[in-house]
Design a protein around this ligand. Sequence first.
Ligand SMILES: [Zn+2]
Length: 324
Amino acid sequence: MRTEYAVGVDVGGTRIAVGLVERKGRILKEAKRLTPQGGPFAVVDGIIECVQDVVSNVHPSEIAGVGIGLPAQIDFLRQSVEFCTNLPLAGVDVRSLVMSRLRHEITIDNDGHLAAFGESRFGVAKGARDFIMITIGTGVGGGMFVGGEPYRGSRGMGSEIGHMVIQMDGPPCPCGGNGHIESYLGRPALAAKGKEVASTFKGRAILEAAGGDLDAVTAEAVVKAALGGDEAATRVLMEAGVILGRALVGLVNLLNPQLIVVGGGIGESASFMVERAAEVIAEEALAGRRDVRVVQAELGNDAGVLGAAVLAFDEHDAREGLHR
Ligand SMILES: [Zn+2]
């Protein structure tokens, strides 16, 4: 049976967002709450309550399933949470816990993968068969589509673009490694760079954007100052753009994608950084691959919910033998 709705769940370190989504990508009803901080069962309860809220007026037979995006490394085949730095979910059987209390099929996946799913079906990557999505926020993640299909790797844990090494013995990454993309472009790294500049005379616009408090300088304050025309803040983002571009050159040379989508809270707002990265790729990628388009994501805050709903629809249709 072809169902009309799916539920998309986007679980972040600070907030849970859930949406009842139509096949065409319209979010009909939403529920949001802060992510409970009281341990894994509190998080699971939060997910269940939000889902119950959005499906309250819909017959269960009309719902394809529930997709859940987690900021975690997921073994997609076993549907298990292997690692999770921001939430206490590693080793927790999130899928079974949720499924035991909801009458729907549940599928979990990594949030970066799901952002790529969302952009692929409803956003800027519609129709692109070979593209790379990189999400830049507190963490740096992503997803890849190869030949029209999501690339998952042997256990479904592939596409951790944020943890590619770009500098030997570079700064520590939250994952425990060193010199990874996330060590340079994640919110904490950009905030640290912003603070460094804000403590000098040149960085006064960044300091102002943080309300005059050096300790309150965030990545967002740097972006805000740059968008307001400040030179020092723009330079911080341009340097980040060079790092992003260099990292992407390797992927462009390896995979020859037609499109690169930059998303996440920072990726979608820091247009300077994305434009600089595109220039670096145009200058440094191997000849014949330089026509790759580099664009900002389109789905904004809804990317996680929409991507999770796409996963739920696709898993449902695969179970039922339906074609997209
Ligand atoms: Zn890392």
